[in-house]
Design a protein around this ligand. Structure first.
Ligand code: AMO
Length: 447
């Protein structure tokens, strides 16, 4: 490194403003301290423009040869993109830049000099390189404005979910992630060593959240779920974040109503709090009309068969097929598919009293993407044991769960909502890895 360029410690410097707040301090004659990283540099001979980026935006640092010391000008010439810096300086109005102000530096401290050029541009909205190159250096990739907007949107989604559910008298819980048995069908489990036994990473907090309705009535959890997904798709992760909700003394209709009101609240909050991000992403969030449309599984199969699709009652409905029939209806946004065949759903879901071949279940879709599924649950031990046996599961393995059914499990219902799927639906991002900080899939376990 250039010997005139010394990396410095933070010492007594603390940020006084974020980039976005700088314009507000015009007129004051005090100094400001801003911190961030060098997003880009423009060299105009006797003037250097450094664009400093922080979490909330960008600000121009204008370094003119005749306005500063030689050492400061030298530093401005040599500092590299991505370096982490702090700037102490004065604010000056500047019409030519978006936020109407620039900084005239008095002192610049390079906290950490970038040693390599990044293999991609952080400025560009769309990436110029492949996803794998970006994921290999994800912390740097995340400096892109585009991803900043996505993850600020994620933050608002999480906040509004917590606020909404707390207002509805839900208690936030955390359940074990190292567990003894599967809940969502046997195949997609990750086995782990648990002392001298085999255990698994939890596919879902399903049985725990159901049990907790016995004491707390309404619970929710926001936490990781683990699925050993063998296929490479744009919508599956091996580790995803699920918003799990469970409530006593309600059925799946009440839960669908709760879920759609929660989505409405999220969308309204985003429109209010994330205008800049929505504008940057050129996103128009759908206007929501409640209730969301409900399509009956059997009706969809009928329609598909009439349209010549080779599909049987009992088959899953692929996103492509769903999209193709919905195109004709110009249906945009969220809708439910309800009353799935009992055989296609996990053992804990309550079969319909009128016809036990179908069960009180729903998937919430956004266009072709499944974002959530939920149901009324079985709350009687005998029926649960019977359903386990029908699905080839050993009731003895669930003894820890079945024993609580001797003590008054209330009627209850709930849903699991994939956080990344919801962000994809809201932001129209096509690959789930882009809305995940450090995605895990069949090929990737690092970083
Ligand atoms: P399900 O298995 O349908 O239901 O999962 C619920 C929601 O979680 C999300 N999801 C995933 N997201 C990313 N990658 C994955 N591999 C992945 N798997 C699931 C989806 C899905 O709709 N226990 C039930 C929920 C309940 O009934 O309460 C369950 O796990 O958005």
């Amino acid at each position: 490194m250039d010997e005139l360029l010394q990396e410095e410690d933070l010492r007594n410097w603390r940020r006084t403003h974020y980039s976005k707040e700088i314009a507000l301090s015009i007129g004051g004659d005090g100094e400001v301290i801003i911190m961030g990283w060098v997003a880009s540099i423009r060299d105009h001979g006797n003037i250097q423009f450094i664009i400093l980026r922080d979490m909330y935006g960008e600000i121009q640092i204008t370094v003119k040869k005749r306005e500063c010391s030689d050492s400061l000008f030298h530093l401005a010439k040599e500092v590299k993109e991505h370096s982490s810096i702090g700037v102490r300086g004065k604010v000056r109005p500047q019409e030519k830049v978006p936020n109407g102000a620039e900084i005239v530096p008095i002192e610049i401290r390079v906290f950490s000099m970038a040693r390599k050029a990044a293999p991609f541009l952080v400025q560009s909205r769309m990436s110029t390189v492949g996803l794998d190159t970006r994921l290999d250096l994800r912390a740097v990739d995340l400096r892109r404005n585009y991803l900043g907007s996505i993850f600020r949107i994620r933050q608002t989604v999480l906040n509004s979910v917590r606020l909404f559910l707390s207002e509805q008298k839900f208690i936030e819980v955390n359940t074990p992630k190292m567990i003894a048995t599967a809940t969502e069908g046997g195949a997609a489990l990750f086995p782990i060593f648990y002392y001298d036994r085999e255990a698994f990473l939890a596919q879902s907090p399903q049985l725990y959240k159901e049990q907790l309705t016995m004491a707390f009535e309404s619970v929710f959890e926001i936490g990781p779920i683990f699925r050993a997904e063998p296929s490479r798709t744009n919508r599956h992760l091996s580790e995803a974040i699920s918003i799990d909700v469970e409530r006593a003394f309600v059925d799946y209709n009440d839960i669908m109503s709760l879920l759609e009101r929660m989505i409405l609240k999220i969308v309204d909050t985003l429109k209010e709090k994330n205008q800049d991000d929505l504008e940057y992403l050129q996103l128009q969030l759908p206007s929501m009309e409640l209730p969301f449309s409900k399509y009956n599984y059997s009706d969809i199969i009928d329609r598909l068969q009439k349209a010549g699709e080779r599909i049987q009652w009992g088959d899953d409905i692929s996103p492509q097929i769903m999209k193709s029939i919905l195109l004709h209806e110009h249906l945009n946004g969220f809708y439910f598919i309800i009353d799935w065949p009992t055989s296609t759903k996990p053992f804990y879901i309550k079969p319909s009293a009128a016809d036990n071949r179908i069960c009180e279940s729903f998937d919430l879709m956004c266009e072709g993407l499944e974002v959530s599924s939920g149901s009324t649950r079985i709350n009687h031990k005998d029926q649960l044991v019977e359903r386990m046996a029908k699905q080839g599961l050993k009731p003895e393995a669930f003894d820890y769960h079945l024993r609580v059914f001797d003590y008054g499990v209330p009627p209850h219902a709930g849903f699991g909502l994939g956080l990344e799927r919801l962000i994809m639906a809201l932001t129209k991002v096509e690959n789930i890895r882009d809305v995940t900080l450090y995605p895990r899939d069949i090929d990737r376990l690092a970083p």
